[in-house]
Design a protein around this ligand. Structure first.
Ligand code: 13P
Length: 303
């Protein structure tokens, strides 16, 4: 704890020196969320990156999030605590495969989940996050829609909008691990407790949800809820904000496997170090960034 206090003090000093802002996703370790200027879901953090007047953005999340920040704020320096914090789902789609699919459906618009690489975003008409996916699809005038890379979120969006999607076969390893049985066991253990679930879970698990939404939406719902016990179907880092908002409620994560190892690669020590050394920095080739920016900006404009 004493060492942590020292690290926090050093961090505050460096933040001032560098005129930096710290953005942290809700899946980050508590010790990072504690010191962040903003905690949020993917959408809110992208917005904050686009709006900030800081010189340096320290993005605590996974790699594609830092990349999106850099694309939206090309004149800022974007650093991340550890460049090994990747996203297996983002890696499930590659440019060649997507181009092939586009060639098979020349009239289709491409909608890409923000959990993807800059190169994929550069091949995209419009991006979305879990918080605005339904609105983004509803805003599109298109005969056919190619959807990459999350088949689970895609399935949910199809149900909500009634629009069929040409779905890529990707998924989030962490959310996809949660099963109907896991949720049934928790429901038996905590009868009457609502089950809140992220749409990256499997369709049959999402179907059991009393509430379905992004991390921010889940956190807002739980804050407002009258329930004393709540079963949670998303990554365990959300527990930090959930407990902070409602210390009197009990949050039960639906399995102990709801932990994203990539999100947990970052820690307070690495956060301080990256601000000290200004490394690793996010770099996106200009042509890729320019095309990717259009797809992200279109998303930010959807009301
Ligand atoms: P949101 O915070 O936008 O719900 O995204 C969750 C996620 O899986 C990010 O990788």
């Amino acid at each position: 704890e004493e060492q942590k206090q020292e690290l926090r003090e050093r961090l505050m000093q460096l933040k001032k020196e560098r005129n930096a802002i710290i953005l942290a996703h809700y899946y980050q370790r508590d010790e990072i969320q504690e010191v962040a200027d903003f905690r949020g879901d993917s959408f809110l953090l992208a917005q904050k990156a686009a709006e900030t007047d800081a010189d340096v953005i320290v993005f605590c999340g996974v790699h594609f999030m830092g990349e999106s920040a850099k694309i939206l704020a090309p004149n800022k320096t974007v650093i991340i605590p550890d460049e090994r914090a990747g996203c297996p789902m983002a890696d499930m789609v590659n440019v060649d495969g997507l181009r092939k699919l586009k060639a098979e459906h020349p009239n289709a618009k491409v909608v890409t989940y923000i959990d993807s690489s800059a190169e994929i975003k550069a091949e995209t008409d419009i991006c979305c996050t879990s918080s605005n996916a339904v609105k983004v699809i509803a805003s599109l005038d298109a005969e056919e829609i190619i959807w990459v890379p999350d088949k689970n979120l895609g399935h949910y969006v199809e149900q909500q909008t009634g629009r069929p999607l040409i779905k890529w076969e990707g998924y989030c390893n962490t959310h996809d691990m949660l099963t109907v049985n896991d949720v049934m066991e928790m429901k038996a253990k905590y009868p009457g407790a609502p089950f809140v679930v992220h749409p990256e879970c499997r369709p049959e698990v999402v179907a059991m949800g009393d509430f379905v939404g992004s991390t921010t939406a889940i956190i807002d719902y739980c804050k407002r809820s009258d329930a004393t016990d709540i079963i949670v179907g998303t990554e365990d880092g959300t527990g930090y904000q959930l407990r902070k908002d409602s210390p009197e409620k009990r949050f039960h994560f639906a399995t102990k496997y709801l932990v994203c190892p990539n999100m947990k690669v970052n820690n307070l020590k690495k956060l301080v170090k990256c601000l000290e050394t200004m490394q690793p920095q996010i770099y996106v080739p200009p042509q890729v960034a320019e095309n990717a920016r259009l797809s992200l900006e279109r998303m930010l404009q959807v009301k």
